[in-house]
Design a binder for this molecule. Structure first.
Ligand code: TXE
Length: 484
C-alpha cells in the first residue's frame, strides 16, 4: 500500500511563512475515500487563526511583498511552477489519496497547477493601465492596483487547479492571500504553501488555514480586512459568501457549478464525440463543476447514441484512486449519500446503463456505479439539479429551437458544447447558449488555463483563468493630472 508522501506536518497552519499548530489546538481526520481509513490529521483552524493570517498578509503588503516589482513576482511564480513539476509525483499521490481521484487525473491537475504558475508568472508584468484622451491641459491615466488581502475558499474536487487559477492570478497582481481549503482536501494546499516558500515567496504573501467551512471559512468571509473574496463551491454556500461580502462591501467571484448540456445533432461525428460525451460526465467521478451531465440528442439519432453511450458506460472500470482506473470513489461518505439520494429517485426504466461495481472494492470506499439515465422530462429534478457524481441524463430534442429551450432551461449556465458538422449551426448556437464557455466539437478544451471561465445564473459570476482573471484581482485607479 502506498504511504502518504508528506514532507511537512499537515496538522499545522501556514501563517506568515511559518508552520504552527492551530490556536484552538484541534485537528480533523483526513480520510482516504478509496478505503475509508484515516491517513492523517489536519489543523482545525478557527477565527483566531484567520485573524492571524490576515495580520500576516497585511504585514507582507507593507513589507517585502508589497515592495516587489511585477517582474519579481512573476519570477517567483515561475520558480514555483518549476518546484510543482519537480514534486509532481508526490503532489499527485497526495491528491489521489486525499480526494480519491484516479492517479492520472491527479497528475493532470499537477500539470495544470504548474501551468497556472507559468501563465500568471508570465502575465505579472504585462497588465497595464491606459492613457485616456481628455481635455486640454490634462494627462489622464489608469493604474491597476491589487485589492490588498484576498480571501480564497476552495472546494475539494480540483484543489490544485482551483488554487492555481485563484492564487496564481492574485499573487501575480500583488495581492496577499489567505487560503481556506476544503476540509476534505487540504494536503496539496499545504504542500503548495511549502513550495511557495521554497520558491522565495515572501512571508505572509500566501497563508493557508485549513478548517471547517462554518468556522474558518465563515471567519474569512466575515473579516473586514479581506478586500476580495473568491469562492468555488455549492450554490447554498456561495449565497452565504456573497451576503458576507455585501456586509463588508467587497467584490466576490463565485463559481458554483452547473448542469451543463452537450448538444448532439444528427450530423455529428459520433465516433469522435463519444469519448468526450462520456468523459465529460465521469471525469473525476462526475465531481466537476463543468461536468457535461446533460446529453441532449436529436431525436433521429437518440436510440443509436443511447446504445453507444450504454456500451461505453457499462465498460467503465471503477477502482481505488491509486489503481488508476476510469472512475475512483467519491470524495466522502457525505457526497456518496447525496448521489445515492439522487439515484434513488430514478425508476428502473429510467436507468439506461450502469457500470458494474467490481467485487473486492474496499468496503469503506465511497464507490458509485457510473450511470446513464433517460426517459425523463427536461424539468425532472434529475435533469435539473447538480448531482456531482458519475451520472448523466440523455434527453431527446426535435430541432435547434427545442435544443436551446432545453439547454437553457435550468437555473445554471456554466459551460455547453455543440456537436455538429454544420458551421452555421455552431455559430448560431454558440450565441444562443447561456453559458460562460461554449465548446464546438470538443468539451473542456483540455482544461484551458488560458481560457476565461465562469458562469451565468446560479453558476455564479466573475471570470477566473486566462488574462481576464487579472482584472478581477485588481482595482482600477484613474489619475487626472492638470498641468495646463
Ligand atoms: O460544498 P460547500 P460541499 C457542490 C456539489 C456538492 C455540493 C456540496 O453539488 O454536492 O456543492 O458540497 C467552504 N462560509 N459543489 O458541501 O459547502 C468549505 O469549507 C465560508 C460544486 O463540499 O460549498 C469548502 O472549502 N466557507 C463545486 C467550500 O466552502 C464555507 C465544488 C465548498 O464547500 C462555508 C464543490 C461558510 N459558511 C461542491 N461553508 C464546484 N462549483 O465545482 C462551507 N464553506
Amino acid at each position: 500500500m502506498t504511504s502518504l508522501p508528506l514532507w511537512f506536518d499537515p496538522a499545522r497552519v501556514f501563517i506568515g511563512g511559518t508552520w504552527r499548530a492551530p490556536l484552538g489546538g484541534d485537528t480533523l481526520a483526513v480520510v482516504d475515500p478509496s478505503t475509508g481509513a484515516e491517513i492523517a490529521r489536519i489543523a482545525r483552524g478557527t477565527q483566531a487563526d484567520i485573524a492571524a493570517a490576515v495580520d500576516a498578509a497585511e504585514a507582507a503588503l507593507s513589507g517585502a511583498w508589497g515592495a516587489m516589482t511585477a517582474a519579481e513576482r512573476g519570477r517567483i511564480l515561475f520558480r514555483l511552477g518549476d518546484l510543482v513539476l519537480q514534486n509532481a509525483d508526490a503532489l499527485a499521490t497526495l491528491e489521489a489519496m486525499d480526494v480519491g481521484k484516479p492517479l492520472r487525473q491527479a497528475q493532470n491537475d499537477v500539470m495544470a497547477l504548474a501551468r497556472y504558475c507559468e501563465f500568471y508568472g508570465g502575465a505579472a508584468d504585462k497588465l497595464t493601465g491606459d492613457t485616456i484622451p481628455f481635455q486640454q491641459g490634462f494627462t489622464v491615466y489608469t493604474l491597476r492596483e491589487p485589492h490588498g488581502v484576498t480571501g480564497h475558499i476552495v472546494p475539494w474536487n480540483y484543489p490544485m487547479q482551483i488554487i492555481g487559477r485563484s492564487i496564481g492570478a492574485a499573487l501575480a497582481t500583488g495581492n496577499a492571500c489567505v487560503l481556506k481549503p476544503a476540509e476534505e482536501a487540504c494536503l496539496t494546499a499545504l504542500a503548495f504553501a511549502d513550495l511557495a516558500a521554497q520558491a522565495g515567496l515572501p512571508s505572509g504573501a500566501l497563508n493557508v488555514v485549513p478548517g471547517l467551512g462554518a468556522e474558518a471559512g465563515a471567519a474569512l468571509t466575515a473579516e473586514p480586512r479581506v478586500r476580495h473574496l473568491s469562492f468555488t463551491g455549492s450554490v447554498a454556500t456561495g449565497k452565504r459568501v456573497q451576503v458576507a461580502a455585501a456586509d463588508n462591501i467587497v467584490p466576490v467571484t463565485l463559481e458554483l457549478g452547473g448542469k451543463s448540456p452537450q448538444l448532439v445533432f444528427a450530423d455529428a461525428d459520433l465516433d469522435k464525440a463519444l469519448p468526450f460525451l462520456v468523459n465529460a460526465g465521469i471525469q473525476n467521478a462526475g465531481q466537476t463543476c463543468s461536468a457535461g451531465s446533460r446529453i441532449l440528442v436529436h431525436r433521429d439519432i437518440h436510440d443509436d447514441l443511447a446504445d453507444r453511450l450504454s456500451d461505453a458506460i457499462s465498460a467503465l472500470k471503477i477502482a481505488p484512486a491509486m489503481d488508476n482506473a476510469d472512475v475512483g470513489p467519491l470524495v466522502s461518505a457525505r457526497q456518496k449519500a447525496i448521489v445515492d439520494g439522487f439515484l434513488a429517485m430514478a425508476t428502473p426504466d429510467q436507468i439506461l446503463a450502469q457500470a458494474p461495481l467490481p467485487g473486492g472494492l474496499p468496503k469503506g470506499g465511497n464507490y458509485i456505479a457510473p450511470t446513464l439515465l433517460g426517459h425523463l422530462t427536461p424539468d425532472h429534478p434529475l435533469a435539473q439539479d447538480e448531482i456531482f457524481g458519475p451520472v448523466q441524463v440523455l434527453i431527446p430534442f426535435d430541432d435547434e429551437d427545442d435544443a436551446i429551450r432545453i439547454a437553457n432551461g435550468t437555473r445554471y449556465g456554466l459551460v455547453a458544447s455543440v456537436w455538429s458538422a454544420d458551421g452555421g449551426r455552431q455559430m448560431r448556437l454558440a450565441k444562443r447558449l447561456q453559458a460562460g464557455q461554449v465548446f464546438l466539437n470538443n468539451y473542456g478544451a483540455a482544461g484551458g488555463v488560458e481560457l476565461p471561465f465562469g458562469g451565468v445564473g446560479h453558476s455564479g459570476h466573475g471570470r477566473e483563468k486566462g488574462f481576464e482573471a487579472l482584472y478581477a484581482f485588481t482595482t482600477l485607479k484613474t489619475v487626472a493630472a492638470h498641468h495646463g
